[in-house]
Design a protein around this ligand. Structure first.
Ligand code: ATP
Length: 717
């Protein structure tokens, strides 16, 4: 039976043609001699491997037939109307690039002949401004680098070398699928030619003397798989065809993404990368790879919130519905859950022995810690106390951070232990009197929670960790998304959930996106990365223009990652689009009018409502924007914990938008702080204030990087 190798579809085809193409390819993979398929060579074609096939009366498939290792393969190039298909088939050629060993589909007689060399700019008139050197020339790239070292086809190299700026190079990159597009994006950065070649594993091909065998080898190289996919069964074929470009993450991975999805590690591994670089995509592929390879393995895929966990669960189902999703812990399959829901599950499953775990953490016996401590409890405790502590200590931010970062992870149970505990990285020094006063507030907090029978989220994770430590692991592999937002007790719980060993923990994180909790260092909680960390740097989601705006929001912030290393900001986008618009408005009414006008223009240009999102700082603003849009005749709905629906523009908080993406995004009220917020910030000590400011920037960065195409930022002075 022939093997089908799909390429990314070069032309858009509509639903009914997709269905017919699917039927055609199913039949082809069953029996290519079926006469109804009309698999035929083209007389005089540039490549003798080329075949056309009859999809229906009007449409034809163009493909290459390869016979290697006793098997027949069809590389599907695309589907075109009959006459176009014959013309394409006559001129396309599949070959192994002689420099970099990757497969290349080239046109023997391109419709528009490329220039024969770099265009010689006409001599500028005296008055003309001197044109800047093209970008790649400024970066020191030469034609030799591109053609002889990287294997870029000469005509494309010439165009790239003539491209004036980064947007022009990206525009060219967008016209080339697969490795060539990826190379062009990389060439527009400061990366050296060696780094670029290494990233795509470029090396001269080994030749066997059998061209088809050489081509098949080339198609299996990691960088080839960004464009060509060996189809494994009918179900996968259907997914590739139906999802088209939108679902291409399911099939066509960047070689780096593929590497991290399948590679085995001797212990915890950390994958960092800016927003939209495909960290979640890697996690989903890795979960599938582990589940396929080890069907008995208990795999946990977790993230910070329940909403994000829902999205992961959906994503895994879309990637591969055959991956068994476990609904409980400690059983084979992939159990997808939010990290706090995970703690609750562990506590529930502990039964009566939870009392021992509570004793270990809080130093008190409690058998049914059922409720959740309400937010605001620290504030109540401070208000009810007559503490003499200064405001920079007697505030909710300081106390909850002290509790989450120092008290709980160290299992501090009383004043005596608190006096002796080390407090690395905690800014404000506490002398003995202050420690005692802080402990008095903590003791009051605990007493109130004991009366109510509640645990807060960090306590619950600490109790779950203590239970797992005592009772044994419940997973073989743990995969974590949004690692930057987890607190120390979450990490202690995850560490105890899985025994130390091969592929125990795989952590995706981006310090620039930390919008909850405090900065932490993994090594302090038993998670030893020791050199096993890497970074993704190609953004698939956001246009280069939107990304540039988002990066400016981070400028000047000193971000460090989970291993205390400076977080890099350098990463690049594969897509190009309009420059974001930043509008400063003087009043609330003009802000709301501006938002409504822009949404109307996006709608008139064809955007569907649910691909447009307005992101706001808080729930109060969310309700205001929803009402204002509806009053202005723009149907909108607020998104809270529920899943976003269709048919209306979506309005949600920037926090809620984490992990999501939309075609067009409005950021409302950027930089605006209420008087209450300003005073709350002023009360913080320098370290907490600095951290709060980093989180505020991160929130805008998260929000700005949700936009795939267009971004409007509305700010008030
Ligand atoms: N190899 C790929 N091919 C095509 N699209 C991809 C690929 N990898 C990722 N994407 C797309 O890029 C977008 C971002 O991917 P993903 O959500 O995995 O990134 P992320 O790093 O987790 O982002 P964030 O940190 O912002 O949540 C998604 O739309 C995804 O489909």
């Amino acid at each position: 039976m022939p093997t089908i190798i799909m390429t990314k579809w070069p032309v858009k085809i509509d639903g009914s043609v997709k269905a017919k193409a699917m039927t055609f390819l199913q039949k082809l993979s069953a029996d290519d001699t079926n006469p109804g398929l009309h698999v035929e060579p083209i007389a005089g074609a540039a490549d003798s491997r080329v075949r056309t096939g009859r999809v229906d009366q009007f449409w034809r498939a163009v493909m290459f037939r390869l016979d290697g290792a006793g098997e027949c393969h069809y590389v599907i190039h695309g589907v075109w109307p009959h006459d176009d298909a014959i013309a394409v088939a006559a001129r396309v050629r599949l070959k192994v690039n002689p420099i970099n060993g990757l497969p290349q589909i080239e046109e023997a007689e391109p419709v528009a002949p490329p220039p024969s060399g770099p265009p010689t700019p006409s001599r500028p008139a005296e008055s003309d401004p001197v044109p800047a050197e093209p970008l790649l020339v400024q970066l020191g790239r030469t034609r030799e680098d591109l053609v002889d070292r990287l294997g870029v086809p000469a005509d494309v190299a010439d165009r790239a070398l003539a491209a004036s700026d980064v947007d022009a190079v990206l525009e060219l990159a967008q016209r080339h699928e697969g490795w060539l597009g990826l190379l062009l994006v990389d060439l527009a950065t400061q990366d050296s030619i060696d780094i670029i070649a290494g990233r795509l594993h470029l090396e001269a091909p080994e030749q066997t003397g059998d061209d088809d065998v050489d081509l098949l080898r080339s198609l299996q190289r990691p960088a080839a798989q960004a464009q060509f996919a060996f189809i494994d069964g009918q179900e996968e074929l259907r997914r590739v065809i139906e999802n088209g470009d939108f679902g291409s993450w399911r099939v066509f991975l960047h070689p780096e993404q593929r590497h991290y999805a399948v590679r085995r590690y001797r212990g915890p591994f950390r994958l960092s990368g800016g927003a939209g670089t495909g960290k979640t995509v890697v996690l989903l592929h890795r979960a599938r790879a582990l589940a396929r390879e080890r069907p008995d393995a208990r795999i946990v895929l977790t993230t910070f919130t329940t909403n994000l966990a829902d999205a992961l669960r959906d994503g895994l189902g879309q990637l591969d519905p055959t991956v068994p999703q476990a609904t409980a812990l400690n059983v084979p399959g992939v159990h997808v859950t939010g990290v706090d829901a995970l703690a609750a599950t562990v506590i529930r499953s502990a039964g009566a022995s939870v009392a021992d775990a509570v004793q270990t953490v809080l130093g008190e016996a409690r058998s049914t810690p059922t409720g959740r401590t309400p937010t605001g409890r620290w504030r109540d405790v401070i208000e009810a106390s007559a503490t003499s502590l200064p405001p920079e200590i007697a505030n909710e931010t300081f106390l909850s951070a002290e509790y989450a970062l120092i008290v709980l992870p160290n299992k501090v149970k009383n004043e005596h232990e608190y006096r002796r505990v080390r407090r690395p990285g905690r800014g404000v020094a506490l002398d003995r009197a202050k420690r005692d006063s802080v402990w008095a507030l903590i003791a009051a907090y605990r007493a109130q929670c004991r009366i109510d029978g509640t645990l807060d989220f960090v306590e619950a994770a600490a109790v779950a960790a203590a239970h797992l430590t005592a009772s044994g692991d419940q997973a073989d592999h743990v995969l974590v998304d949004e690692g930057q937002d987890l607190s120390p007790t979450h990490w202690q719980m995850l560490r105890a959930l899985v025994a130390e060993g091969e592929d125990d923990l795989f952590i995706a994180e981006d310090s620039h996106q930390r919008i909850y909790g405090s900065r932490i260092v993994l090594g302090r909680y038993g998670i030893k990365i020791v050199g096993r960390s890497q970074r993704l740097s190609l953004n698939y989601r956001t246009t280069a223009q939107n990304l540039r705006y988002a990066m400016t929001v981070l400028d000047g912030g000193d971000y460090v990652d989970l291993e205390e290393q400076t977080e890099f900001t350098g990463y690049r986008s594969a897509r190009s689009g309009p420059t974001p618009v930043v509008e400063t408005v003087q009043s609330l009414v003009s802000e709301l009018d501006t938002i409504a006008d822009r949404i109307r223009s996006w709608r008139e240009a064809g955007a569907t409502p649910e691909t447009i999102a307005v992101l706001v700082p808080d729930k109060f603003q969310r309700e205001r924007v929803v009402n204002a849009l509806n009053e202005r005749g723009v149907p909108a709905r607020a998104v809270d914990r529920d899943r976003p629906g269709e048919g209306r523009v979506l309005v949600m908080t920037m926090h809620r938008a984490k992990g999501m993406e939309f075609a067009n995004v409005v950021l409302a009220d950027v930089g605006f702080r209420t008087a209450a917020e300003r005073s709350r910030l002023n009360d913080l000590d320098a370290v907490e204030r600095h951290d709060a400011e980093l989180r505020a920037r991160s929130l805008v960065y998260v929000a700005a990087t949700r936009a795939r195409d267009e971004l409007l930022v509305v700010q008030r002075p």
